[in-house]
Design a protein around this ligand. Structure first.
Ligand code: 6PG
Length: 470
């Protein structure tokens, strides 16, 4: 008998946690996993929530156990598995039954799937879910995309299971098609950059200032009480303090090669397509790629010698790093929101900028106290660069000297701070009314007669006097 409010396919860590969250919020749920043993194990371990869980051995059972019109969440690995699952499931469903892809899909795949669903006249949502395992279990941040009426049908469930910031649900409909997954990708791009800039300050403390992991951890803990209060700074304090079975600091035994599933890279690729500059995120993605070249880096260390890295006593103080990180973070978010604005215009989404900042305030990996101020700033000027919002302009003015000091000191001693440096370069570019692109334009016109605009006359297509010199 159909009794469940919703179904879920894919009981990996995220799917399992999300299912328990849904059940705990009072919604009976039917679950299915490719391997039946996993489904049985999940129900057996659901404890008091198992009453709300219907474990299904087949897709047919799953469909039969959900109230019509049905909604079924897919929590399978992004890419081909999503298409395969849709192909297997769709023929079993009625036209008003909805499939919801809640994985980390590339938004272009979601756009394609949304277009196919529209052609078939069936509802399809692509939703970005952030917050890792804990978020999925106790309240993630949810970025919805697809037809608004489809979102409205399941919004009561998605808002109930989402994180809450001062009582406000961190779940919002972002727009049609792949809008939700695009916003999630930008979230992840920012996540990469936030993490990289924290890692850079850690490197300056560890290598430049000879601080132990525990000492670095204490600094992160202190930062977490100030403007930088955030989940990522908080966990940086925790991982720095942890030891390997009470012996060496855990950080010291972790290999320095960063993994990635690709969402940060997608952000950079899309930013390039859109011509939206996101240099801090680009630097963070490049740094992950560089980190993977462990063997070549070791070869380089032998060939060229390691950089000196040790900073003279007092060259930088903790405040400098904290202040540098504040500005770097503002630059990164300014770029992320500018990218969202560019995408919104290009894809006709009308993305709700302040709402995006609001759903990121709790539940997701990049949650931070600064996002509340960003939500306020974006309410005032949804399409303006965050740098120019008065609150952030003041923060930049107060802290930019520390970013410059940190970056120049680090670079001067061979310490790496590529994302912080990219943030500084972005700041300098954004406050330079007269750039050097006139030289680029002259070169383009010289070799290709591409034409240029002049500062002293209206119009386009002017040429330089170099025709005769070719
Ligand atoms: C989240 C995270 C999550 C992401 C992992 C790993 O918002 O919960 O962004 O979706 O997949 O953090 O990402 P990488 O493997 O690319 O680092």
């Amino acid at each position: 008998m159909a009794q469940s409010d919703i179904g879920l396919i894919g009981l990996g860590t995220m799917g399992a946690m999300l299912s328990l969250n849904i059940a705990e919020n009072g919604f009976p749920i039917s679950v299915f996993n490719r391997t039946t043993a996993r489904t049985t194990e999940f129900k057996d371990n659901a404890g008091a929530l198992s009453d709300k869980v219907t474990a299904c051995d087949t897709l047919e059972d799953l469909v039969a156990s959900i109230k019509s019109p049905r909604a079924i969440i897919l929590m399978v690995p992004a890419g081909d598995p999503v298409d395969e699952q849709i192909a297997a499931l769709r023929p079993l469903l009625d036209d008003d039954d909805m499939i919801i892809d809640a994985g980390n899909a590339n938004f272009r795949d979601t756009e394609r799937r949304a277009a196919e669903a529209k052609e078939q006249g069936v509802p399809f949502l692509g939703i970005g879910v952030s917050g890792g395992e804990e978020g999925a279990r106790f309240g993630p941040s949810i970025m919805g995309g697809g037809p608004k009426d489809a979102w409205d049908r399941v919004a009561h469930i998605l808002t109930a299971i989402s994180a809450k910031y001062e009582g406000v649900a961190c779940a919002t409909w972002m727009g049609e098609g792949g809008a939700g997954h695009f916003v999630k990708a930008v979230h992840n791009g920012i996540e990469y950059a936030d993490m990289q800039m924290i890692a850079e300050t850690y490197g300056i403390m560890r290598d430049g200032q000879g601080m132990s992991a525990a000492e670095c951890g204490a600094v992160f803990d202190a930062w977490n009480d100030g403007v930088l209060a955030s989940y990522l700074v908080e966990i940086s304090g925790k991982v720095s303090a942890a030891t390997d079975e009470g012996q060496a600091p855990m950080l010291d035994v972790i290999m320095d090669k960063a993994g990635q599933k690709g969402t940060g890279r997608w952000t950079v690729i899309e930013a390039q397509h859109l011509g939206a500059p996101v240099p801090v995120i680009e630097a963070a993605v490049a740094a992950r790629n560089l980190s993977a070249l462990k063997d070549e880096r070791l070869t380089g260390e032998v060939a060229f010698g390691a950089a000196p890295v040790t900073l003279p006593e007092g060259a930088l103080v903790d405040d400098d790093l904290e202040h540098a990180l504040i500005v770097g973070k503002i630059m990164c978010y300014a770029q992320g929101f500018a990218l969202l604005n560019a995408a919104s215009a290009e894809f006709g989404w009308d993305l709700p900028m302040p709402e995006i900042a609001r759903v990121w305030r709790e539940g997701c990996i990049i949650r931070s106290s600064m996002l509340n101020d960003m939500a306020d700033a974006l309410t005032e000027g949804p399409n303006a660069n965050l740098m120019f919002a008065p609150y952030f302009s003041d923060l930049i003015r107060d802290n930019e000297p520390a970013l410059r000091k940190t970056v120049t000191t680090a670079i001067g001693h061979g310490l790496q701070a590529p994302a912080l440096a990219a943030g500084l370069a972005y700041f300098d570019a954004m406050r330079t009314g007269r750039s050097t692109a006139n030289m680029i334009q002259a070169q383009r016109d010289f070799f290709g007669a591409h034409g240029f605009e002049r500062v002293d006359k209206d119009g386009k297509g002017f040429h330089g006097p170099w025709g005769g010199q070719l």
